[in-house]
Design a protein around this ligand. Structure first.
Ligand SMILES: [Fe+2]
Length: 341
C-alpha cells in the first residue's frame, strides 16, 4: 500500500499526545511504582485517582491512575490548539458516526470524548491547570527521572485504515514497516515534531501496547533498572535496555503492578521540515530492523492492555514476528543479524 500524502492544513489541529488514563486495581501500589521506579511526580491524589507528571512537565498530569476492579486503559488524551479546534474535532468525528461527548474532566479545560472507528477511546482538550516545573529540583530526582510523556503505541487489526484515517487529520508519518506482502504493519505518526506521538501496530485490538516517557539520558535509563531491582521490582523490567530501529530511541520497557507496559526512552530526532519523507522499513528485502540486540520475548509481542469495555478483534492473518523463544530454539551463526522491532 502507498502512504497517503501529508495533510498540512488539517480539519482541526492536534498538537501532541498529552496524557493517559489507566485503570489500576491498587492505587497505592501503582503510585509507588511510578514515583519510585520511574521518578514521576505525584501532583495530587484525590479519592480514586492519582495524577502524576514528569519532572519537566508544568501541566497538571500526563498520567492518571484510576482505581478499578480490572486493569484497562480508560482514555488516551491529546491536546488541540484552541477551543475552535475542539468544536471542529467534535463535528469531524460525529460526521463519521463516532461517539462523541463533551465532559468535565478535573484539571482540564472543556474536554471532548471520542470513540474512534477502531474502538480507541480518546479525549481532547486545550488546557490544563499549571503547576511548578520540577526540572531544576535536582535533589528530588528519583529512578528514571522521567521528563515528559512522549508517545503511545496502540494495537489494531487494521493498521492501514487507521494510518489513512489519522494522516487525514494531519498526523504525519515519519517511519513505517511493511511486511513481505507489502502490507503496512506499523506506522509512526507525529504532531509535535519528533518521530512519534501515536504508533499503530498490527495486532489484536483495540489495545494499548505501551505509553512512553522521555528520560534524560542513557544513564537514567539504566538507573531506573537498578532502582527497580533494588526496590524489589526487578521482574518488572521486561525488555531492554536496547536501541530501536524505527524511531532510533534507546529504550527499556517495564510492566507496572497491573501489567500495563510503560517505556522509558530518549534520543528520538526532529521531523518538522516539510520536505522530509517517511523512512520505510521493508522486511521483504531482508532489511535489519534493529542494528543490535536480541528479539523480544513472546509476551512483549502478545500481551497488552485492552481499552475499557472494548470488544477485541484479531488480525487475519496474524503478524509474524521472531520471538526470543523462537530465536533461542534455532541458534544462528554469530555473524547473522536478527530482526526485531
Ligand atoms: Fe514506544
Amino acid at each position: 500500500m502507498k502512504l497517503p500524502e501529508t495533510v498540512f492544513d488539517p480539519p482541526f489541529r492536534v498538537t501532541r499526545t498529552s496524557h493517559v488514563v489507566m485503570e489500576v486495581k491498587d492505587l497505592a501500589a501503582s503510585t509507588a511504582f511510578y514515583t519510585r521506579v520511574l521518578g514521576l511526580v505525584l501532583t495530587e491524589q484525590n479519592g480514586d485517582r492519582a495524577y502524576l507528571r514528569g519532572i519537566e512537565e508544568a501541566c497538571h498530569h500526563s498520567l492518571v491512575l484510576k482505581r478499578a476492579d480490572k486493569p484497562a486503559c480508560a482514555r488516551v488524551g491529546f491536546r488541540v490548539y484552541q477551543e475552535d479546534d475542539l468544536d471542529r474535532a467534535a463535528k469531524y468525528f460525529a460526521a463519521r458516526k463516532c461517539e462523541t461527548a463533551f465532559v468535565d474532566a478535573p484539571h482540564q479545560s472543556r474536554t471532548l470524548h471520542v470513540t474512534d472507528p477502531f474502538g480507541f477511546l480518546w479525549e481532547f482538550c486545550v488546557r490544563m491547570d499549571v503547576v511548578p516545573r520540577m526540572l531544576t529540583d535536582f535533589q528530588n530526582y528519583r529512578g528514571g527521572a522521567v521528563l515528559r510523556l512522549d508517545h503511545v503505541q496502540v494495537l489494531t487489526p487494521d493498521v492501514e485504515a487507521a494510518n489513512t484515517f489519522y494522516m487525514a487529520l494531519g498526523f504525519r508519518c515519519t517511519e513505517y514497516i511493511v511486511n513481505e506482502a507489502g502490507m503496512i504493519t506499523a506506522t509512526f505518526l507525529q504532531r509535535k515534531g519528533n518521530t512519534h506521538d501515536l504508533v499503530f501496530v498490527r495486532s489484536t485490538g483495540p489495545r494499548i501496547h505501551h505509553f512512553a516517557f522521555m528520560t534524560p539520558d542513557s544513564h537514567t535509563l539504566v538507573h531506573a533498572c537498578d532502582t527497580a531491582g533494588q526496590l524489589g521490582y526487578g521482574a518488572s523490567v521486561e525488555r531492554g535496555p536496547g536501541r530501536h530501529g524505527p524511531g532510533h530511541a534507546l529504550y527499556t520497557y517495564f510492566r507496572d503492578p497491573d501489567g500495563h507496559r510503560v517505556e522509558l526512552c530518549n534520543t528520538t530526532y526532529q521531523t518538522i521540515d516539510p520536505e522530509l519523507e517517511p523512512t520505510r522499513w521493508d522486511r521483504s528485502g531482508g532489511q535489519v530492523i534493529a542494528e543490535w540486540g536480541l528479539p523480544a520475548q513472546r509476551v512483549w509481542y502478545e500481551e497488552a492492555t485492552p481499552f475499557a469495555g472494548a470488544t477485541l478483534t484479531a488480525p487475519n492473518p496474524a503478524l509474524k514476528r521472531l520471538s526470543l523463544e523462537q530465536y533461542l530454539d534455532k541458534p544462528r551463526e554469530p555473524s547473522e543479524q536478527n530482526r526485531t522491532v
